[in-house]
Write a protein that binds this ligand. Structure first.
Ligand code: SD4
Length: 328
């Protein structure tokens, strides 16, 4: 049998130094916090990605942290995952009333024999770890969005929501693929980074798809789907329609394409192409997007649909937002 190291591509190029890449425009502010750590000689990439995405978790936005859009019962449920340079992993899903799910995911990784906690158990663990239980309440923006959605979907929790009255509605009472303004229903902060010592880590955190079914879990807390880090090869994280990402184990797939010698952008593109090959027209109204960094400190991104942006900071690139190339 061939030795394991033969699966690791030999670095062909010089190491470019530390870099952080994160999804969407909000990544700019998250990158700033991560870069404060990455730019220090002793800064550890795991601290950088955690502190980075915590910025977005604290911001008022539709899709990350407690200010995010709720599920269809009006409750915000959070998903997050983290992975370090040693194949250590931790995640939480359907976590309620905790401001920083990414830090709970890190505590799962570092303080339990498990890799994933969900729902009530995750919350109980968080509280036992000293995380504050926040009030069960929607941000003003999320409250408005929820009530608008309730009206349009004519969703009354007490009736049978699968009844025929909803049948001819495009999205029925479930999570719509797009919001009214045409933007896709998602936005997550996923961040992958490499530090000055060449160590890779990643973090991903989200409130999931707005108006999702209660109990629905997306790709973000699923290691391999929403995040994957192989310190010998590279790291990837994703945004978009979580069900599709889970189906192709998307981020693991991107890392495997990098292992086979492809650049981060090509690897992201190949994973998108693979999803399309499998699903064809079923992806018409869905977005999937990846970002990745490899062991040399090179980065890349790619999406299925137009409109995906990502933010990068490194020694060569002052914190900047880029438009990802897309298949369509
Ligand atoms: C999910 N992928 O829950 C996440 C949500 C998201 O951008 O918005 N991603 O499916």
């Amino acid at each position: 049998m061939a030795p394991l190291y033969s699966f690791v591509p030999k670095p062909k190029k010089q190491f470019l130094g530390p870099l952080v890449i994160s999804t969407w425009d909000a990544g700019i502010r998250a990158n700033e916090a991560a870069w404060k750590i990455l730019s220090q000689t002793e800064g550890h990439v795991l601290d950088a990605v955690e502190k980075g995405v915590m910025v977005t978790e604290s911001e008022n936005n539709c899709c990350v942290g407690l200010s995010g859009n709720p599920d269809r019962e009006g409750i915000v449920t959070l998903d997050a995952s983290i992975m370090d340079d040693q194949y250590n992993i931790g995640s939480v899903a359907a976590l309620e009333r905790i401001a920083h799910p990414i830090s709970v995911a890190r505590a799962v990784m570092e303080k339990t024999p498990h890799v994933m906690l969900v729902g009530e158990g995750a919350q109980q663990f968080a509280v036992a770890q000293g995380f504050e239980l926040m009030p069960q309440q929607l941000s003003p923006d999320a409250d408005k969005a929820y009530h608008d959605w309730l009206k349009k979907s004519e969703y009354h929790p007490l009736i049978n929501i699968e009844n025929s009255a909803n049948k001819d509605r495009q999205h029925g009472p479930f999570a719509p693929d797009r919001y009214d303004d045409g933007t896709f229903n998602h936005d997550t902060i996923g961040m992958v980074a490499i530090d000055g010592k060449g160590r890779l880590s990643g973090a991903c955190t989200t409130s999931g798809m707005g108006f999702k079914m209660r109990g629905r879990v997306g790709d973000s807390p699923i290691i391999g789907a929403g995040l994957y880090v192989d310190n010998q090869v590279g790291a990837a994280t994703s945004t978009g329609h979580g069900e599709e990402m889970i189906r192709i184990a998307g981020c693991h797939q991107v890392v495997e394409y990098m292992r086979a010698g492809h650049s981060p952008e090509k690897a992201c593109r190949m994973a998108v192409e693979r999803a399309l090959q499998m699903r064809g027209d079923k992806l018409k109204e869905k977005q999937i997007g990846f970002i990745a960094v490899n062991k040399n400190g090179e980065h890349g991104a790619f999406a299925l649909q137009k409109g995906f942006t990502y933010s990068v900071q490194s020694n060569q690139i002052a914190n900047q937002v880029f438009k990802a190339d897309s298949l369509w």
